[in-house]
Design a protein around this ligand. Structure first.
Ligand code: SF4
Length: 340
């Protein structure tokens, strides 16, 4: 049987010589390919056919390289493998856990909190995180794609109370450089916008995306640029990630991290402290630790609120305050995230 690892080594020059687009195109898309890539037998972990038909598997090789070989409980593998548990229907776990369909003033824009709007710029991500609260999001109806972007920009221009635009998705850094230039230039032309914030996992899962062309696009605007990256475990942060983060910082970009508390991934105090330590080594603020949003298919990642509070209390007793992220929950009618 054809195996991607026959042509792509786990590390080495082959991957380095591929562009970020080529790396994305070659991402692992089959559960058994992923198992074999990490030294496990095909079929050794049961997976949900139904779940991958709805939300396919996607894992770039550079990210899969950080999964320990022969370890079915690896915390990175656990974030991306479509376990059979995804088939279990659990009461309270629904398709739109944050009721985002009700907060769209125009197509592709979500306005939940004062002074900022969030733009769904694309449906695409470089990785499919199995716990993602937008895994059932109706992107076809709700993306500010090129034809709807004009209306979105007019909406932002007309509302002077909006000071920050969050580019989200999907992942905005999967967009082409041309499209990102259009978006950044349009936002740069609006005087009352102070900041453009990117919610992105690409510096973690596909670090080669942070290249000189992208940095030029980001720094060509006079707006402040903020990156909120998303890492859940210290093992995700290898030297290539450090390089991508330090490039952003060298160009004056503030980098913060948000994580999701996930059973079997990072639900121990050691794991959370190691993640914070590694982030701070990279000058990244460990900003938020989210409780899991109850999205259908992700109930097996749930940890109790009591356990989450105990973890944060233990962290507070053991490390400097700036290593302790804010424990938060996103609520449907909240005027901001709810601090736990
Ligand atoms: S990168 Fe973000 S938006 Fe994409 S699947 Fe992961 S959590 Fe969801």
């Amino acid at each position: 049987m054809f195996k991607k690892r026959d042509i792509i080594p786990r590390t080495g020059p082959t991957m380095q010589s591929l562009s970020w687009q080529e790396q994305l195109a070659q991402a692992i898309r089959q559960p058994n390919d992923l198992l074999e890539y990490v030294g496990l037998m095909a079929g050794s972990i049961g997976y949900s056919h139904k779940a991958i038909a709805q939300f396919p598997i996607r894992v770039p090789h550079v990210f899969a390289n950080r999964i320990k070989q022969n370890d079915p409980n690896d915390p990175i593998l656990r974030q991306v493998f479509p376990y059979i548990d995804e088939d279990h229907e659990v009461s309270g776990y629904i398709k739109d856990p944050l009721a985002e369909s009700g907060v769209q003033p125009v197509k592709g824009l979500l306005q939940k909190y004062e002074s900022r709007v969030l733009s769904i710029t694309t449906a695409a991500c470089a990785i499919h995180c199995r716990y993602c609260f937008r895994r059932h999001f109706p992107y076809q109806e709700s993306t500010a794609s090129s034809q709807h972007w004009k209306t979105a920009i007019e909406y932002i221009r007309a509302d002077k109370s909006i000071h920050e635009v969050i580019l989200s998705g999907g992942d905005p850094l999967t967009l082409s450089d041309r499209r990102l230039t259009e978006i950044c230039s349009a936002l740069a032309s609006i005087k009352h916008i102070k900041r453009i914030r990117f919610h992105t996992r690409l510096p973690i899962v596909l670090p080669d995306r942070i290249n000189s062309t992208l940095l030029k696009i980001l720094t060509d605007t006079d707006k402040s640029i903020v990156f909120v990256i998303h890492s859940n475990h210290a093992n995700e942060l290898d030297d290539d990630v450090s390089t991508s983060i330090s490039l952003l910082q060298r160009f004056g970009i503030l980098v913060l991290n948000q994580s999701v508390l996930l059973k079997g991934v990072n639900d121990t105090v050691t794991s959370l402290i190691n993640l914070s330590e590694r982030l701070v080594e990279n000058n990244v603020v460990p900003y938020y630790l989210h409780l899991l949003d109850p999205v259908a298919g992700a109930a097996h990642y749930e940890t109790s609120t009591e356990h989450a509070i105990a973890l944060i209390n233990e962290m507070q007793a053991s490390v400097s305050g700036y290593l302790v992220p804010k424990l938060v929950r996103e609520e449907i009618d909240g005027t901001s995230k709810t601090l736990i």
